[in-house]
Design a protein around this ligand. Structure first.
Ligand SMILES: NC(=O)c1ccc[n+]([C@@H]2O[C@H](COP(=O)([O-])OP(=O)(O)OC[C@H]3O[C@@H](n4cnc5c(N)ncnc54)[C@H](O)[C@@H]3O)[C@@H](O)[C@H]2O)c1
Length: 393
């Protein structure tokens, strides 16, 4: 595939950082949005990112080169000659439908349309075009100009040439593409969801307060704790994701009551100044634990501080085995994807090997007795233990 011009459709949070990632690889990119205000906002975001790169040592001439590679438009005709297109419009089916069918009409036959959707089925989005074989998921992580991982997700009708071209495109951007078969939330966010939910169940049980749990997982393998992360992303977004996973995967993704209460109280995190923590109105810096939190934690659980951080990762490990069983990705890609996507120092399979697969299974069985579905051991984990394997890869 010869890449002349790349088009990015949608100049929001993700579209602007994807456009910069393209320009950083010396490729020209056209950034399209609905009106000039939206385009200007996208350019402002890109300017901020480039300014930060300059502060970190990028030369003014290289910064200028990046700016010059990015052009903007509000007219779809201006991207009719693009050789690779990434759709990055809001996560609503009717918007995606309108945008994808319009792109299909104006783009040359055979041009790939990649979608950055985080949850909509690629197979369904592909049907909005007459080229479902050329539609593929290209799931960047935020911020896309810095994060290495890109999940490449074929739909049912995506052809192999398209998948390979999307992998190559991601490599050209200096990214680490991982092929992920289609499933709800794809690989990294699917596994992340189990751990994020478990952090809330641990809080409800009083195994630690938000600070203690955040600290324990940071000491263990994470770059940031689950409550800090929820406050950064917004509890409303977190609740929507948790409900979606529950709808798609059923009881093992049960939605923790405390998350519902956070949203009901409008304690959404940094953006409302109060979430699991409180934030200074001016500096936006954390100022302490939300003092009213105990009122929404089920049963006002008193904190006994007995958390073993492994408890939060067992559901993630179990989900990793379920994903492998479904052949969602290659076993050798799983840990690298989780490490690149979430900044974990060790991936779930390595953690399982460290704990001992038999020990993982024993812990999971006893937690299953106590809590039910969340801990039903994955059949593949059992098979590894029965076969006497001590690690997966
Ligand atoms: N925000 C994240 O962290 C994140 C991470 C991975 C994937 N995603 C996915 O990326 C996509 C975009 O998310 P976002 O956070 O950047 O959204 P956003 O709301 O910040 O940006 C969307 C942009 O699309 C524009 N748009 C709407 N209709 C359009 C049209 N017809 N033509 C061109 N532009 C149009 C909007 O004006 C807006 O600028 C979604 O599918 C989301 O699920 C988001």
């Amino acid at each position: 595939m010869t890449l002349n011009t790349v088009a990015v459709v949608g100049a929001g949070t993700m579209g602007s950082s994807i456009a910069l990632a393209v320009a950083m690889s010396d490729l020209p990119v056209v950034l399209k949005d609905v009106d000039s205000k939206a385009v200007d906002n996208g350019i402002k975001r890109i300017e901020k990112m480039i300014a930060s790169q300059v502060r970190k040592g990028l030369s003014e001439s290289d910064a200028e080169k990046r700016r010059a590679l990015i052009t903007t438009t509000t007219d779809v005709k201006d991207i009719a000659d693009a050789s690779f297109v990434i759709e990055v419009v809001p996560e609503q089916l009717h918007i995606k439908e309108a945008v994808l069918s319009e792109l299909d009409r104006v783009l040359k036959p055979g041009v790939i349309i990649a979608t950055n959707t985080s949850s909509l089925p690629i197979s369904q989005l592909a049907r909005f075009t007459k080229r479902p074989d050329k539609v593929v998921g290209l799931h960047f992580f935020n911020p896309a100009h810095l994060m290495k991982l890109v999940e490449v997700i074929p739909g049912l009708d995506t052809d192999e040439v398209t998948v390979e071209a999307a992998m190559d495109f991601a490599r050209k951007l200096g990214k680490m593409p991982v092929r992920v078969e289609e499933c709800a939330s794809f690989l990294v966010n699917r596994l992340l969801g189990r751990y994020m939910n478990e952090s809330l169940f641990c809080l409800e049980e009083g195994l630690g307060n938000v600070e203690q749990i955040d600290q324990a997982v940071c000491d263990y393998v994470m770059p940031v704790g689950p409550f800090t992360l929820r406050d950064m992303n917004g509890c409303d977004i977190g609740l929507a994701v948790a409900r979606f996973n529950f709808q798609e995967y059923g009881p093992r993704y049960a939605v923790p009551g405390v998350l519902e209460s956070m949203v009901a109280n409008n304690w959404l995190g940094q953006k409302t100044g109060r979430g699991f923590y409180t934030y200074d109105a001016e500096t936006k810096k954390k100022s302490g634990i939300n003092p009213e939190l105990p009122s929404v934690v089920k049963g006002n659980a008193s904190v006994n501080g007995s958390l073993n951080p492994e408890r939060l990762f067992l559901p993630m490990i179990n989900e990793a085995f379920l994903a492998l069983q479904e052949k969602i990705c290659r076993a050798e890609d799983l840990d690298p994807a989780l490490k690149a996507g979430l900044g974990m120092r060790k991936g779930p399979l390595e953690l399982a090997g460290d704990m001992g697969l038999d020990n993982c299974l024993t812990q999971m069985e006893s937690l299953f007795e106590k809590y039910g579905e969340r801990f039903r051991p994955a059949p593949l984990l059992k098979r590894y233990v029965f076969a006497g394997h001590t690690k997966v890869i």
